[in-house]
Design a protein around this ligand. Structure first.
Ligand SMILES: Nc1ncnc2c1ncn2[C@@H]1O[C@H](COP(=O)(O)OP(=O)(O)OP(=O)(O)O)[C@@H](O)[C@H]1O
Length: 639
């Protein structure tokens, strides 16, 4: 066993297989040692942590050392980095890192923090280095090519957007000119009055007034500005200095050239040095003042470049907040978001064999299947294929399953939607989706459209102020009318609330065929249970179990029975069994009937006791007279 890191004078060392802590003290002192924190790093698996390792992992090895068998894979070689921290009963903290020069006892310092950071960092870097070694340029290029091929549309869209943004940025950068200094209007007037303004430009179509001052005044203004900047700087520097002092200091510092960094460049490339905004109704005075002082003034339109610049900036600043909104809108409106999910016949795994206990409904739907497949020549007698079949019944009776079975048996494209998917935020979107769905179905005829929970859009009109829902329903009615007589598209709707449907939807020519999918009787329940028990490994004969459960579950629908079987399998898995036993099934029935509780003896036990008084095992009793005959359901019977 090779040791690759030996830590310390009095300490901890690591081997490939396990961790050995050499306390350097007699065994008796460290007997109750327990690990408070241990972490390992395995190169291929990332970092593994075994927190609060129990003492059962700790073995004495030799006179004065302990061994922690690590739980990782045997063939893994732990990296150098790991940490052990254990507390001895006498309160001393023993801490050791694989890279430590020495193990510390009862001492925590800043070096510990550094060590801990390096301890975390080192394995990650090592891992990164290992991964980098595996990376080859060719495989990377291949990966990129595959990615590009798969996402060509997205990539081209994103690159166009980035290119456009890049061009905008370049344009803004190239056309950027140093902006003139903005001054208050009052300052402009004062400068005019003191005849320091040399040239004025009034921009047409805006309130901007550009002006230049003679160099002396400009310098004065600049120095004033600089000294005020100096003040700010000094205030920043000292933070405590009085205002007046700081002005003096600022000037001194300015003289010393310390403000070179913050002072404006003296030579401006801009044609105009100052900018102010016009005040309304003051034009008369302004013009007379300029005339009086002999100032050169003119007016000019905004330059094309500048107007382009400002338009671009406006557009970009508008689009930045608008983009997420537009994206949301696009997602809402996109046809890719259409609720029609086309399922190919090959994907269908449900057939009529999987639906039991609803024989009448099955017969009705089988006829539709035969018509779709063309095995019944209904046209010869002038009959028409029913356009819509409405499956009505309580929840969980198998309406959806029946529709899927129809599609599976007919072997035609099946478009399954939930009516709630047509309920949209935007008026007209639900109707558009209906139109879209029917268009696709028509193109793939013969086909089946299944609309689950039809009452979500098919409710009576005019009862609410929801215009969008009424529009959606109108569209559905129109689409169902719009089928040509030889168009082999069947719409199957399912609802639990037929009374809530709009009468127009149920009239002949639309959902003309109404099929009741009711609660199954005992025979039906037995058959449904047999379907669901098909794939479950049972300890006993599935038929016996089906009969037993069917007799105990009056009023249960297919979904309840499927749930019982699933619960029983889960219970069996929980106790680690290989097969599902009768007890599991009984407990699952009890859970389905009465919920999960701890009552003893169990309620179902009592019920079973009433039904089968000769059954002692299920009532939790052990009857000494157990030498009876086997009953028909596999229970002990008394002779
Ligand atoms: N007659 C049945 N035969 C076999 N399994 C059934 C039957 N009825 C229901 N099930 C089981 O119950 C599950 C749910 O049934 P399904 O979704 O078809 O009920 P539903 O009548 O459409 O309910 P809802 O009205 O609430 O939509 C099915 O996936 C199936 O496992």
């Amino acid at each position: 066993m090779a040791c690759f890191s030996v830590v310390c004078n009095n300490g901890v060392f690591v081997s490939k297989e396990n961790l050995v802590i050499d306390s350097g003290k007699p065994k008796s002192i460290w007997r109750n040692i327990s690990f408070s924190y241990t972490s390992f790093c395995f190169p291929s698996l990332g970092i593994y942590r075994y927190n609060h390792c129990k003492t059962q992992n700790l073995f004495f090895s030799g006179h004065n050392s302990f061994r922690l068998i690590r739980n990782g894979r045997r063939n893994e070689v732990p990296s150098l980095a790991f940490q052990v921290c254990c507390k001895a009963p006498n309160g001393l903290l023993m801490r050791g890192n694989s890279g430590d020069k020495e193990t510390q006892f009862g001492r925590r310092g800043s070096s510990n923090v550094r060590k801990r950071i390096s301890l975390r960092l080192r394995p990650r870097l090592r891992l990164l280095a290992i991964r980098m070694k595996r990376v080859s340029v060719r495989s990377m290029l291949n990966g990129i090519a595959v990615f590009l091929r798969k996402n060509i549309r997205r990539v081209s869209l994103y690159s166009t957007i980035s290119l456009a943004l890049g061009m905008c940025y370049l344009f803004l950068k190239l056309t950027a000119v140093p902006s003139p200094k903005i001054v208050p209007y009052s300052e402009f007037i004062t400068s005019l009055q003191s005849s320091s303004v040399t040239k004025v430009l009034l921009e047409e179509g805006s309130r901007c007034i550009y002006f230049n001052m003679n160099s002396k005044s400009a310098e004065n203004t600049q120095s004033e500005e600089e000294s005020s900047a100096g003040n700010d700087s000094i205030e920043n520097l000292t933070g405590m200095a009085a205002r007046e002092d700081s002005v003096v200091d600022g000037r001194q510092l300015q003289k010393q050239g310390l403000f070179k960094k913050i002072s404006r460049p003296k030579t401006s490339t801009s044609a105009w040095m100052y900018l102010t905004r016009k005040i309304d109704h003051d034009e008369k005075y302004l013009l007379s003042l300029m005339r009086e002082k002999g100032t050169t003034y003119s007016s000019a339109p905004q330059s094309v470049l500048m107007s382009m610049r400002s338009t671009l900036i406006t557009i970009i600043s508008l689009w930045i907040p608008l983009t997420p909104l537009m994206w949301l809108l696009y997602r809402q409106l996109s046809a890719a978001n259409s609720p029609a999910r086309k399922r190919r016949p090959s994907n269908q795994v449900v057939g009529f064999d999987d639906v039991e206990g609803v024989d009448t409904a099955k017969v009705e739907l089988m006829e539709v299947v035969s018509c779709l497949q063309g095995s019944v020549n209904y046209q010869k007698l002038g009959a028409k294929l029913p356009r819509g079949v409405l499956l009505v019944g309580p929840p969980g009776t198998g309406k959806t399953l029946l529709a899927r079975a129809v599609a599976g048996e007919a072997g035609v494209p099946f478009f399954s939607v939930s009516a709630s998917e047509f309920v949209e935020l935007f008026v007209g979107r639900g109707a558009a989706r209906i139109r879209d769905l029917f268009n696709v179905a028509r193109k793939s005829a013969p086909s089946i459209i299944f609309i689950d929970e039809l009452d979500a859009v098919g409710g009576k009109r005019g009862r609410s102020f929801n215009d969008e829902r009424d529009q959606t329903l109108n569209q559905l009615l129109t689409e169902m009318d719009g089928f040509e007589s030889d168009m082999k598209v069947v719409v199957i709707g399912a609802t639990n609330r037929p009374e809530a449907l709009d009468p127009a939807l149920c009239r002949p020519g639309r959902f003309s065929r109404k099929v009741l999918v009711g609660e199954p009787n005992e025979e039906g329940r037995k058959k449904i249970l047999a379907v669901h028990l098909r794939g479950v490994p049972l300890e006993e004969d599935p038929q016996l179990i089906s009969e037993l459960v069917a007799s105990l579950t009056p009023g249960f629908v297919g979904a309840d029975l499927a749930n019982i079987v699933n619960e029983a399998a889960l219970l069996a898995a929980r106790r680690g069994g290989e097969t599902v036993t009768r007890e599991d099934i009984m407990e699952a029935v009890e859970r389905a009937k009465f919920g999960i509780n701890d009552r003893q003896p169990s309620t179902i036990g009592k019920e079973l006791g009433k039904l089968f008084p000769w059954v002692p095992s299920l009532m939790g009793k052990s009857d000494p007279r157990q030498d009876g005959l086997q009953g028909p359901l596999g229970y002990q019977t008394l002779s």
